[in-house]
Design a protein around this ligand. Sequence first.
Ligand code: GRF
Length: 219
Amino acid sequence: MVNLGVLVSGSGSNLQAIIDNIEAGRLNARIKIVVSNVPDVFALERARKHGISSMVISHAGCRREDFDQKLVDVLKANEVELVILAGYMRMITSVLLRAFPMRVMNIHPALLPAFPGTHVWQTEVDYGVKFAGCTVHFVDEGTDTGPIIIQAVVPVYDDDTADTLNARILKQEHKIFSQAIQLYAEGRLEIKGRRVLARGLAKAPDSFMINPPAKIFDS
Ligand code: GRF
């Protein structure tokens, strides 16, 4: 059973998926504390509804490092082993990373290393990519650069908007974040340089998707 500390800044749909998977017995973890850097966000309401401790740590007038030290104190006091950034919209510093080395996981709504940063859906639509997706990775000192644990791919359609693409990606986020945490909880993740190996799992099928579908060459 792995003790989680979940950091949020907004709606918390990823937090909800993790809660649901824990309650359904699919995820062998326990959320010790939910911390938001923004007051009154819906993620806090979700935590309350499920009887999970939560708190707001305001970053107003606080140096990034001092803010992260407050976070570390709260996370350690709650015996957190793995820190989950679930829609946490604040840059973290080495203060948090040193306290939890390779034990901070983030979800990013793109197939990294493509499209790091924020508001990626419109950028992807405008760029014209035919596939998009999401990535769970360990956090390092860079922005969305840490070792990749798991990714899911979705098609991008001609009539997509940022909102429709976001919705399609979010559905997959809700699956792979819990999957990544479960792999950690089972002790299957081995970090080798940039690569995260998931020991003892069947390989993904050796199949492919083509978008738009290549009908003429079907055989
Ligand atoms: C998600 O798109 C996630 O990838 C990004 O922020 C969004 C958070 O959504 N990091 P939610 O707060 O979990 O609903």
